[in-house]
Each structure stands twice: as C-alpha cells, then as structure tokens.
Ligand binder design. Structure first.
Ligand SMILES: [Zn+2]
Length: 189
C-alpha cells in the first residue's frame, strides 16, 4: 500500500517554488538559502535596499536604536552587575553591545554629560594633586621630574607661585571666576 505522501512524491516532480530560493552571497561567495548568509551574516539584497527611502530608514535605525541593544546593555550594566560579563562568556553576545563598543559609547556619553552639566570630574588643582591625595607622594615625584626636564627647579616654581602678581591673579580672577566651574574632590577641614 502506498501512502499519500510517497504517492505525491512519486507522481509530481519537486515543485521548485517549494525550495527556499538559493542565492550566492556577494560578500563571501557562499551559497545561501535564507534571508541572511549562514557563513558571514550578510543580508540578501533586495531591490528596495538601493532606494533613497532605504537609506533614510537606515539612518533612522541607527539613531533610534531599533533593536534596543544600547538601552538593553546600559540597563543590564546598571541594574544587573555581572550580567554583561556572564552573557559575553556564555556566548550570548547578540543581545548586547560588544565590550569595546560599550566603552566607546560610555566615553562619548561621559564627556557629553560632563560638558553639558558643567561638572569636571577630572579637574583638580596642582596643589591638591601634590598635597591632599593618597597618591600625592607619587604626584610630587612626577612634578619634580617634569620641572627638572623643563629646567625649572622647584624653588623657582614656588617663587612663581608666591609672586604677588600670581597671588593676586589667583585671588581676584581664579577664585572668583574659575573655581565655580571646578569640582574638587577634597576640601580643607
Ligand atoms: Zn556570506
């Protein structure tokens, strides 16, 4: 007895429209049968991809982060410490930004926020570096070396620092006009 399936297979030649269409990946040359090349991930080009509309859609996509990876990554970073490292180690890499991408975006965001909000995390006075910090001994040594390399000895630097013109500049201009923009990590007790 012949069942229905084998009867159909025997009687009708394979209908070519049943097979997924085959295409040759223009990027790597592999034969592909789905919308994306299994070897390199290239997407099959459609005619519409070459239109101006497709170009505009691409711009919109890159701006509004359509697949939500940027937000998902930062969300995980803030709310689930360790999740990104774990996901990366386990090979769940598609849902999140790659580490270096994340680093670059975080850097841009940091400097953008810093200038937009007017705080200066990385600004400290020279005096604070060489006197008030846990690393001051090291900073002092670096400063000495730098002054020596420039042919300025520390006594000359201190004399410059204590010069009445410098002192009055610091008092009248720096303290009034600049200090407001600085965020110092340490304050005299
Ligand atoms: Zn390919």
């Amino acid at each position: 007895m012949i069942d229905a399936n084998s009867a159909r297979a025997a009687s009708a030649p394979a209908d070519p429209s049943d097979d997924p269409p085959r295409w040759s990946c223009p990027a790597c040359g592999a034969a592909a049968t789905h919308s994306y090349c299994a070897a390199c991930g290239e997407r099959r080009l459609a005619k519409a991809d070459l239109s101006v509309l497709a170009l505009l859609l691409q711009v919109a996509e890159s701006i509004i982060d359509v697949d939500g990876r940027v937000f998902r990554t930062f969300w995980a970073l803030v709310l689930r410490p360790g999740e990104l490292t774990l996901a990366y180690a386990e090979g769940r890499r598609k849902p999140y930004l790659a580490p270096f991408q994340l680093f670059l975006i975080a850097n841009v965001a940091f400097f953008f926020l810093q200038s937009a909000l007017g705080f200066h995390v990385l600004s400290n006075t020279f005096e604070s570096h060489v006197r008030d910090q846990s690393y001051s001994a090291h900073a002092e040594a670096l400063a000495e070396r730098r002054l020596a390399a420039k042919g300025v000895d520390r006594a000359a630097y201190d004399a410059y620092s204590a010069h009445p013109d410098h002192v009055s500049f610091v008092r009248d201009r720096w303290d009034n006009e600049v200090t407001d923009f600085l965020e110092l990590d340490s304050e005299a007790l």
